[in-house]
Design a protein around this ligand. Structure first.
Ligand SMILES: Cc1cc2nc3c(=O)[nH]c(=O)nc-3n(C[C@H](O)[C@H](O)[C@H](O)COP(=O)(O)OP(=O)(O)OC[C@H]3O[C@@H](n4cnc5c(N)ncnc54)[C@H](O)[C@@H]3O)c2cc1C
Length: 486
């Protein structure tokens, strides 16, 4: 029977869930507080420049294929995808490492840096590929209800990989600190430090070196536009400027939401807003997780972000660039161990107009910069300015060109914006980290244990942070809803 389903938020996870639920024939409406769709994957346009304000790395193309194929479509029905070559460049204090688009070429680069490392890399990536197959085919599409979901002959055989850190496994094989940093980088997407991330998550290294880095022409927001289009084709009603201030419960069952001060009746409520915030929309007796529960969790970093329009092309950089020219561990410790602004930050610089002329006016460059920082740090305009100067000086120095006088405009985004724009807990950027004690069935649940017909999706629940997991999270939540309604 057709049900009325209200979805809070319009990020990747909400859009994904909305498509599956509408395909089942339900009346699905999305309520988004902001005047734009896409949540953290929003777009910013100014004077002919286009910026992805959040995600910019398109990894795991198979997950996107899988999502669209569930609706008889393919990404190519909506956007043009290009494999980046090279995938990215890493700047170290004494060298630059270029990660090409094929393992053979990456092996040559590894061998240049550490003799004998190529053969070890091939072995490591072969194992990472097996882990990827297990993770994607047997683990991540599970709703995180019980530990039994994770038990299979494959995972039992690899149980030690869940209790050993990826950092240890990498260091056993490679000695050069640059190679170690390059191999530890992909698990940063999971939101925790490599010392806290199980070795099994080497599947992220296969995503990196095996599957490659892709770019949708026009930017990552094209994926949001594609999903929005698909959702509308399936009959989903998308309401922007629609802030939800209450989830109503009667007889332990949800009855609807208050949106812009009006009651909207719903048979099912699904929240794709940050989980912690969604629970604040409930009366206390219906909250599953206390403030002390959230405060003990390891959150993924927040970020200081800059969106910069340059009036010239920038040399000696690639589409994606990592500035690892300072001490990796010192910075990571300021995120997870002793939360504070880093003295000498690592940063990520993205110039999408290098490979996509649609992202900037001709002869100009679109620049996006990200410094990962601990959630809930003090955020002031003076601090933002201080770190912008550090970053632009380092960029000038490492690439040997002057840039400061070529800035047409710059905008920033940090902890305070994450809180006010997305109702993000402590201003986190990528949700709750995927550590061993915060994985699968140990994460906040997709289905409320206290309120019937109330569900959650997004980067604070299963499977975790990142765009591909958000697509999967929406699918998992919708499957639970569909099963509940049967
Ligand atoms: C700077 C940055 C860089 C990133 N880089 C990458 C990357 O390169 N690759 C990658 O795969 N992932 C990346 N990520 C992570 C990825 O973007 C996220 O994991 C994903 O977009 C989260 O989607 P979501 O649906 O869980 O949440 P969100 O996108 O946050 O959606 C939640 C929505 O709920 C809305 N909302 C909140 N409260 C209410 C309310 N009361 N009423 C109505 N609406 C409400 C919010 O406005 C928001 O639109 C990045 C994230 C950030 C922030």
């Amino acid at each position: 029977m057709k049900k009325n389903i209200a979805i809070i938020g319009s990020g990747f996870s909400s859009l994904s869930a909305s498509c599956y639920l509408a395909k089942e024939g339900h009346n699905v409406s999305i309520y988004e507080k902001n005047d734009f769709i896409g949540g953290r994957a929003r777009q910013f346009k100014k004077d002919g420049f286009t910026f992805d304000m959040g995600p910019s790395w398109y990894w795991m193309p198979d997950i996107f294929e899988k999502f669209f194929s569930d609706f008889g479509k393919s990404p190519s029905n909506y956007y043009e995808l290009e494999k980046l070559s090279p995938a990215y460049k890493v700047f170290f204090s004494d060298d630059q490492v270029v990660i090409e688009d094929h393992l053979d070429k990456i092996c040559v680069e590894f061998e240049r840096i550490e003799k004998g490392s190529a053969i070890k890399l091939r072995k490591f990536i072969k194992k990472a590929q097996r882990n990827y197959d297990i993770a994607i085919n047997k683990m991540v599409y599970k709703p995180g209800i019980s530990p039994i979901e994770l038990v299979s002959s494959d995972t039992v055989l690899r149980v030690n990989e869940f209790f050993k850190s990826i950092s240890k496994s990498i260091r056993k094989l490679f000695k050069n600190p640059k190679l170690i940093a390059v191999l530890e980088f992909p698990v940063l997407f999971l939101g925790a430090k490599p010392q806290q991330t199980p070795s099994f998550y080497s599947f992220m290294n296969f995503a990196d070196f095996g599957l490659g880095t892709w770019h949708p022409k026009g930017g990552m927001h094209q994926v949001i536009s594609a999903m929005q289009k698909l959702a509308k084709e399936l009959g989903v009603v998308i309401n922007a400027n629609s802030s939800v201030s209450k989830i109503h419960v009667q007889n332990k069952k949800t009855t609807g939401i208050t949106c812009n001060d009006a009651f909207i009746s719903a048979d099912i409520v699904l929240s794709g807003a940050d989980y912690h915030h969604a629970e604040t929309l409930l009366d206390n007796q219906y909250k599953q997780y206390s403030e002390s529960y959230w405060s003990k969790k390891t959150f993924a970093p927040s970020s200081l972000l800059f969106y910069v329009g340059f009036n010239k092309k920038i040399e000696k950089v690639e589409h994606h660039n990592l500035f690892f020219d300072t001490n990796f561990e010192n910075h990571v410790n300021t995120i997870y161990d002793k939360p504070q602004w880093p003295k000498s930050p690592l940063f990520y610089a993205n110039f999408p107009s290098i490979s996509d002329e649609t992202m900037a006016p001709s002869g100009y460059e679109t620049g996006f910069f990200l410094i990962p920082i601990a959630p809930d740090l003090e955020d002031t305009s003076e601090l933002r300015e201080k770190y912008f100067n550090i970053l632009i000086n380092r960029l000038e120095e490492k690439t040997g060109q002057s840039l400061k006088n070529n800035i047409l405009f710059k905008e920033s985004f940090c902890v305070n914006d994450f809180k006010s724009e997305y109702n993000s807990y402590k201003g986190n950027a990528y949700g709750m980290a995927n550590t061993l004690s915060q994985t699968a069935f140990l994460r906040p649940k997709l289905k409320s244990s206290k309120v019937k017909n109330l569900f959650f999706t997004g980067q604070l629940t299963v499977p975790g942070p990142g765009v591909p997991p958000a697509l999967i999270s929406g699918k998992l939540a919708s499957e639970l809803i569909i099963n509940t309604l049967r």
